[in-house]
Design a protein around this ligand. Sequence first.
Ligand code: G1P
Length: 294
Amino acid sequence: MQKRVRTAVFPVAGLGTRFLPATKALPKEMLTVVDRPLIQYAVDEAREAGIEHFVFVTGRNKGVIEDHFDRQFELETTLELRGKTAALKALRQDLPSAGRTSFTRQQEPLGLGHAVWCARDIVGNNPFALLLPDMLFKGEPGVLKQMMDAYEETGGNIIAVEEVPESEVSSYGVIKRGEGPDNGFRLTGMVEKPKREDAPSNLIISGRYILQPEIFNLLADQPRGAGGEIQLTDGMQTLMHTQEFTGVKYQGKSFDCGSKIGFLTANVVYALDRDDIREGFLKELRKLDLDEQL
Ligand code: G1P
């Protein structure tokens, strides 16, 4: 039996410079796809996968994320008085139970590896899930749930991967694929943001991980890597010498909401998927006569 994964870590300290000026005072994780903030989608995905404890590695200016995962009594009372019971129920459902969230700060922007390391005391000696909220996944079941199914079989460390055009590999962590089927194959290597010609494949690390706690000690001494940052991928590459890593080529579609194009596309796709919005939205889109531009 594998040790159960109860905890998920969400690194939310990034400055979001690609979305300025929107992200000057607003955390990028609070940008909305239709009417839900990005961070809510990641928390929903983790809950669906059975996660019970939600750990946020935040930074200055990110207090709103903590407020978002708290009760808002004034709002709740008003909704109740106005008889808006469906909205009230939905708000309450979105919330993790009391005592099931933790917040810690990454004091300096030293990279993803450092952000993950900042969660070490809260996670303790347990396997944990790691979700990068910039990456939004539409999948049935959710991507983390698909990875949990692989974890039940193999234990160890699990990484969600997807194919991208070769021209894009240098923006991501890239893996080397070993033996096994798409829903659970051996990983034999990985490299962070390689030059196109040095990339071991066009399979990228998609921003969802299940990791064993031994990663923390490695990250503690991890020298800076690509972009001068402490890279999680470098720590994982070292851990691979002593532990197994399994790749899952997940079923579903991803939106890289760290980029404007990915974010805007996600808004269109998620809006068209909503029964209460689809028809009205399509009507407006038709009026725009997009055919000429497409
Ligand atoms: C991070 C990881 C990278 C991964 C990517 C997914 O990079 O370091 O391995 O492929 O997330 O979005 P970042 O986007 O923070 O540069």
